[in-house]
Design a protein around this ligand. Structure first.
Ligand code: GLA
Length: 424
């Protein structure tokens, strides 16, 4: 992806190049045109995948094994026609169960001809023509989690196959991995195989947070990494995943984001992981948490039949802007006063340009009113400063607050503000 003039990276490169111009003064004259060309070349050379958390759709949560060429084409059409691509959802990912149960005589993976009668290249071409990117799935063990052939000892062959099909994203699971082999070795290996293809393929590592993955995954070359077990479409699952992430915040950032699994917004209990479903307040809070916690946003519902509320949640531009903030800073957690810390989460995230995102999340089934003391985020009363709060759900400014912020939250509800510092 080329850099734009507004891109911070572009500005940094520009700065370095100017320094170099200074150091070369008298030896050469650099025209603006030359400088732009040089910057473009540098941008292209650098790996710019996952500058912000990846966004897209994945087949697993709703469809499990029931995937097909027609489903993927219809989903691609919907991503474009319903404006999902416009707000950033660009990867369309086929999860497990896409291949035959055996490799062919040459040792290659073969798409199931009943599910994918035109093959993967034709499907990838269709997805690309829509302006989307195409993702697929494999695994570091002898079989995928659903029992299909996986990539152990076939990493370089499979990476070449994926590249030849036009794959832009590989989710790489962790089932049937020999216990004698360290995960880090196998993720390094597939990362290297993908890089060897010369194609930009976003590497989505999925070892469910095991083997202290946060300490080594970035250095393998992965661009996102599952820091949790599997989500299912229930409030208990969402809550467990969020609470399991305490203290993970420092391990996420541009180039490699922690993934708290795919979204269940809009599933309403239907489909492969539809374990009972959630209500709209719970889906709203789930989405806001994923945005605030810098998780990749991979939609998991059947968008071909999504209702208006689901669409409104998934396309909330102010929450997506927090998730996709170009500075890519992770949030930090603040312990609230006036409420128990066990079922309330309060996060603060610095944003590009000086604003802050502040999120209050009620994970409990009780009405609560947690307070954030501004002292805890760097604003003592003696500073005389306040925060102008803008509500990201109602899209309204709600006033300037001093010393503390204390929203009232219904069961399972949240409040997420964009806060601007107001000087005395
Ligand atoms: C694992 C992963 C899921 C999904 C399934 C497919 O459980 O964590 O996200 O990919 O495998 O079998």
């Amino acid at each position: 992806m080329p850099c734009s003039n507004a891109d911070p990276l572009f500005l940094i490169l520009g700065f370095h190049s100017k320094q170099r111009q200074e150091s070369l003064k008298g030896e050469a004259v650099f025209s603006d045109c030359w400088l732009s060309l040089r910057l473009s070349a540098e941008c292209v050379k650098m790996n710019l995948l996952a500058k912000t958390p990846p966004m897209g759709w994945n087949s697993w949560n709703t469809f499990g094994p029931n995937i097909s060429d027609a489903l993927i084409r219809e989903t691609a059409d919907t991503m474009v026609n319903e404006g999902l691509l416009d707000v950033g959802y660009e990867y369309l990912v086929i999860d497990d169960c896409w291949s035959l149960k055996e490799r062919n005589a040459e040792g290659h993976l073969v798409p199931d001809p009943v599910k994918f009668p035109f093959g993967m290249k034709a499907l990838a071409d269709y997805v690309h023509e829509k302006g989307l990117k195409f993702g697929m799935y494999s695994c570091d063990g002898t079989k995928t989690c659903a029992g299909y052939p996986a990539s152990l000892e076939h990493e370089f062959t499979d990476a070449q196959t994926f590249a030849a099909w036009g794959v832009d994203f590989l989710k790489y699971d962790n089932c049937y991995k020999p216990t004698s082999l360290e995960g880090k070795l196998l993720y390094r290996r597939m990362a290297m195989a993908l890089r060897a293809t010369g194609r930009d393929i976003l590497f989505s590592a999925c070892n469910w947070g095991t083997e202290n993955v946060e300490t080594w995954i970035r250095s393998t070359g992965a661009h996102m990494w599952r820091s949790t077990g599997d989500i299912n479409d229930s409030w208990a699952s969402i809550k467990n995943l969020v609470l399991s992430q305490d203290d993970h915040e420092p391990f996420s950032g541009p180039g490699c984001f922690n993934d708290i699994d795919m979204l269940v917004v809009g599933m309403y209990g239907k489909g492969n992981v539809g374990f009972g479903g959630c209500n709209d307040t719970q889906y709203k809070t789930h989405f806001a948490l994923w945005c605030m916690m810098n998780s990749p946003l991979m939609i998991g519902c059947d968008i071909r039949v999504m209702n208006e509320i689901t669409k409104k949640i998934l396309t909330n531009p102010e929450l997506i802007a927090i998730n996709q903030d170009p500075e890519g800073r992770q949030p930090y957690r603040v312990r609230p006063s006036m409420a128990s810390d066990t079922e309330i989460r309060v996060f603060v995230k610095p944003l590009l340009g000086g604003d802050y995102a502040i999120g209050f999340f009620n994970l409990s089934d009780q009405k609560v009113s947690p307070a954030l003391e501004l002292w805890d985020i760097g604003l003592p009363a003696s500073s005389g400063c306040g925060l102008m709060l803008h509500d990201t759900w109602t899209h309204e400014d709600i006033g300037v607050f001093y010393e503390s912020i204390q929203p009232v939250l219904d069961p399972y509800d949240c409040a997420v503000y964009r806060a601007t510092l107001v000087l005395p």
